[in-house]
Ligand binder design. Structure first.
Ligand SMILES: Cc1ncc(COP(=O)(O)O)c(C=O)c1O
Length: 444
């Protein structure tokens, strides 16, 4: 019997060939670090709803979901129509537009903590601006960040990750204070000890959209009280969880209002886009006041060629209006629950140590046992990270790809509102076969 790797190579000759060419052009042969894969990544041609197809004609049930952007699935007809209409009218009018107002209103309707906002082109820009706004508003320099939490790739965001740091000046990390997650007293101690703390930023369900879960809602409620008492700005990075953890994000799901929220992915309906929103007096640090001293010396500067661009505005407004009025999250959550239960059943039946956990439409597999409630995994984060580093996890991903299922990173399923029982049941059959293949390869 062929190994998982042999099967992968045999099934994807077109991808192998393209990777040879791409390796001459792109560093690592790819255009996004998480797409790097050995012996080669897969090349896709198109997607529709919950499915997509590769250059060799293989069909996949897709759980990468556009790195989390596609709650409405691939090429949703309403988004395609909105974008097609707008593209005829212009992709950049070099001016303000009706659709940017419509887009902002759709965000505000779903997230009442957002009084005002500004648009960006990505989540990385949104978290950079949130930190800058907090620093400008408080007149303080330092931002607290949780170990392993991901906020994009700008210099400040990279503090406290396990990534290497070439190219990042020590000085920028000197303004970041990294604390262990889920430890309120660690945050309290930093704020007490250091009078220069402007803000704390976090992924509010835990690092990597809940792969390393926080004790929610207790930790969030505790942080809200602590930051309100001390005047530290609370920033929820809802780039992934926004409009997915609930239509109004984690802040709606757990009823905790941050001062600032960063958004991207779903917010732009599957096109590039991001936003930072929150308390008007903080966001208004960007506002002109027709006062030369304020405008030139105190205001936070915010240009950006594609801020609020018409295509993203049309797609984003359309997507968010649908999320507000249709049971899209409900469908994604019900299917994700079916998937989670099915994965736990298969692992149990095959007697493979492991479990699936997660909330809403974000499901994480850990190949190690745990007695958690399958919503918030209670294993130590170190143990989850160790389990995720196992070669069995890479084999699981490849084994799934060999059977027509593509997942986010190496162990996460992001479910859309277009997945149905048919896709979930196909996925569970593929999962069972893939895990049997991982065992046959001697990896579990
Ligand atoms: C929580 C979080 N914040 C920020 C970002 C950065 O967003 P972008 O990739 O749009 O720059 C990401 C990207 O995955 C993310 O997951």
């Amino acid at each position: 019997m062929a190994t998982i790797l042999e099967d992968y190579i045999a099934k994807h000759p077109g991808s192998a060939q393209r990777y040879l060419e791409a390796s001459e052009i792109f560093p690592g042969g790819v255009t996004h670090d998480t797409r790097y894969a050995q012996p080669f990544p897969l090349y896709m041609t198109h997607g529709e709803g919950p499915r997509k197809w590769d250059v060799d004609g293989n069909e996949y049930v897709d759980y990468v979901s556009g790195h989390g952007a596609l709650l409405l699935g691939h090429s949703h007809p309403a988004i395609a129509e909105a974008v097609s209409k707008q593209i005829q009218l212009g992709t950049h009018l070099g001016a303000s537009t009706d659709d940017e107002i419509r887009w902002a209103k759709a965000i505000k309707a779903l997230m009442p903590s957002i009084e005002k906002l500004r648009f960006h082109s990505s989540g990385t820009e949104a978290t950079l601006m949130a930190m800058r706004l907090a620093r400008a508003y408080t007149g303080k320099d330092k931002v607290i960040k949780l170990q392993d939490h991901f906020h994009g790739w700008h210099d400040y965001a990279m503090a406290g990750s396990d990534r290497s740091a070439p190219g990042i000046p020590e000085a920028s990390w000197g303004t970041m204070v990294v604390v262990p997650p889920d430890d309120l007293s660690a945050v309290g101690d930093v704020i007490k000890r250091d009078p220069d703390i402007a803000a704390i930023i976090l992924e509010p369900t835990g690092a990597h959209f809940g792969q390393l879960p926080l004790d929610v809602p207790n930790y969030l409620t505790g942080l809200r009280e602590l930051t309100a008492q001390t005047g530290v700005i609370l920033i929820f990075d809802e780039v992934v969880t926004g409009f997915r953890a609930a239509p109004g994000g984690v802040q709606e799901r757990y009823g905790v209002r941050p001062d600032l929220t960063t958004m991207a992915k779903i917010v732009a309906g599957g096109l590039p886009g991001g936003a930072v929103g929150g308390k008007a007096e903080i966001i208004d640090m960007i506002a002109h006041r027709n006062d030369p001293d304020w405008d030139n010396n105190h205001r936070v500067y915010h240009p950006g060629t594609f801020n609020g661009n018409p295509l993203s505005a049309a797609a984003g407004a359309t997507a968010l209006e649908m999320i507000a009025t249709q049971p899209i999250n409900q469908q994604a959550d019900v299917m994700a629950d079916r998937l989670k239960k099915g994965i736990n059943y298969v692992l149990g039946r095959l007697e493979i140590p492991g479990h699936a956990h997660g909330i809403a439409s974000m499901i994480h597999v850990v190949l190690a046992d745990c007695a958690c409630d399958r919503e918030l995994c209670t294993m130590s984060h170190a143990k989850i990270v160790e389990a995720n580093g196992s070669p069995a996890v890479t084999a699981m991903k490849r084994g799934l790809q060999n059977r027509g299922v593509d997942i986010m990173s190496r162990e996460t399923f992001l479910v859309s509102g277009t997945h149905t029982e048919k896709e979930i049941d196909h996925t569970l059959d593929a999962f069972q076969e893939a895990m049997a293949a991982v065992r046959a390869d001697g990896l579990i």
